[in-house]
Design a protein around this ligand. Sequence first.
Ligand code: GLC
Ligand code: CA
Length: 570
Amino acid sequence: MTLQYPTPSPGLELDVEWHKRAVFYEVMVRSFADSNGDGTGDLQGLISKLDYLQWLGIDALWLPPFFASPLRDGGYDVADYTAVLAEYGTIDDFRELVAKAHERNMRVVIDLVLNHTSDQHAWFQRSRTDPDGPFGDFYVWRDTDAGLPHVRVIFPDAEDSNWAFDSERRQFYFHRFFSHQPDLNYDNPAVHDAIFDVVRFWLETGVDGFRLDAVPYLYASEDGNGESEPPTHEFLKRLRAMLDDEYPGRVMIAEANQWPAETAAFMGTADEPECHMAFDFPVMPRIFHALRSQDARELVEVLEEQTDIPEDAAWGVFLRNHDELSLEMVSEEYRQAMYGWYAYDPRMRINLGIRRRLASLLDNARSEIELAHALLLSLGGSPFLYYGDEIGMGDNIWLDDRDASRTPMQWTPDRNAGFSTADPGKLYLPVVQSLVFNGHHVNVEAQLAQSRSLLHWVRNMLHVRRANAALTLGDLRVLRTDHESVLAFVRRHREVRKDGTVHEHRVLCVFSFAHAPVAVEVQLPGDEGAILHDVFSGAAFPAVSGAGGLSLTLGTQGFYWLTIESAHHD
Ligand code: GLC
Ligand code: CA
């Protein structure tokens, strides 16, 4: 096959490290901007907002599925992997999006739903009607619903079994998620070939990578729990090898909501790499827990465990996304505490999680939203923002399922918050109209007009982060403090310049989760006498003491980013 776009991605220079420096922005095509007034966002609408995203400081977009779909799971029910949903536009619109993003040095990552298809997909239709045909074994069929007994139900609010009966084939098929999403049968090599074809199809359009949806679930064995089983990792190694050979610089990002060690395993090892990135599901809920418990110790623990990933891999850190805030991988006690703080109304819960947006979870408290972002933007790895969180958009818990936080982007105080010119009743979902978060006052235009708005603050943070290699590429070392509400770590990057000299960049990051001011001593052994400056203003701070201690005071939910210069140069 001749490659229409030889490496690197069209319009970009080859860069195999871009994902380690990038700020990602998750944007659902349906929710962002409606170019033709039919009430649904579309690719041309998104293209029209690229200037905004560039201004904000976004390096890469992540687009959830925009493929042909009955939309019974926000598009994660794919009916045709290589067709764009007609309401969103055409494949040419998509190519235009990629080209225009690349012109702005912005990359485009798309979702790849590997585990399952919609029951409307032609593969499934042929599988159910022609068991002996070429698609007969594309799905997991059994005569009874007793198989794979140790596999959990992921959407317990909607499903009580992982098996559904098909009246046509008169057999049961296996489904991890909704019953209209049959799981593909990865024991069948023809499924691998079909998926590799899909991957190549999109790489040829110039995309810079894939978020691999629900990736731990590809294989399930009779005795196993069907999560992160060895053949799933084998498959990912082969997919990675194909990318490295044919499309270097394109990345795979794992959505693996697993316990910490299993999540890290999706990045593989230096010798046997898998994904370039994995979402940091272990850290995410612990940030929200710390914000309310005022106790940073669990966060300290999980960050200390997190060191062993290959050199070219990076965590994808995030606060919120298009799904519920998942509490699947925390203890029951932890989960109950989180529900108590953040989901006091039962409508806020779904499955094992909380279906709310960032600003409403944090009760629209600016100091908390800032603290959460400061942490997000300085943790090891690359941050993922969720559209609308940069202006503190709210949610609508009266909508079903996770639609609560998938409402139209709020651009202006005008009709439909500037998202669409359609009759308001025609919108795919209504604009948020709540007292606190309604589009009349929470919108991009109003925040652009106000220099101290959250939007300007977030943008400033992104630009400051970008200018500090320690905050993007640096490693992370957690420091001891004498206050349980305080998290402190150092990010350090050794830059090797062209003349061979090594320059070390270091930033000390300190966060207080306490709901009142605190005084704290941070231990910086080896840094006696080091000089500190505020990253934002350049203002000098007291030096580290001769004993390696640093006394700081922090206001309620305050934080510092301070550059460190050693007193002794070696
Ligand atoms: C992933 C997606 C979620 C979807 C599920 C099933 O978890 O993030 O939105 O419902 O997969 O495809
Ligand atoms: Ca439209």
